[in-house]
Design a protein around this ligand. Structure first.
Ligand code: SF4
Ligand code: SF4
Length: 93
């Protein structure tokens, strides 16, 4: 069960989570409005959770219901970033 970055990260990519992730599975590219966790690489250590000043990171099972789709968005970014960016724009609207 991977960790997921939800709505509070949008437009707040300060990268504190990336600095503490032991497997470098959090990333974003130019044009992204949030960071994304690779669910296949995350080792579920939880280190990123307290590091995030926006409280944006949750275990999938703990995601607030209104942010549940961010699990699909994070996974989807590693398959189709264009789709994920459009989904973020919609979710953050
Ligand atoms: S839970 Fe650990 S491995 Fe997964 S994204 Fe956070 S810091 Fe990285
Ligand atoms: S620390 Fe939080 S707000 Fe900053 S990039 Fe990571 S998830 Fe986003």
């Amino acid at each position: 069960m991977a960790f997921v970055i939800a709505a509070p990260c949008v437009d707040h990519q300060d990268q504190e989570c990336m600095a503490v992730c032991p497997v470098d599975c959090i990333t974003f590219d130019a044009g992204d409005r949030k960071a994304y966790i690779d669910p296949d690489a995350c080792i579920e250590c939880g280190s990123c959770v307290p590091a995030c000043p926006q409280n944006a990171i949750y275990a999938v099972r703990d995601l607030p219901k209104e942010w549940a789709f961010f699990a699909e968005v994070d996974r989807g970014w590693y398959i189709d970033p264009v789709w994920a960016r459009a989904a973020v724009d919609e979710l953050a609207a």
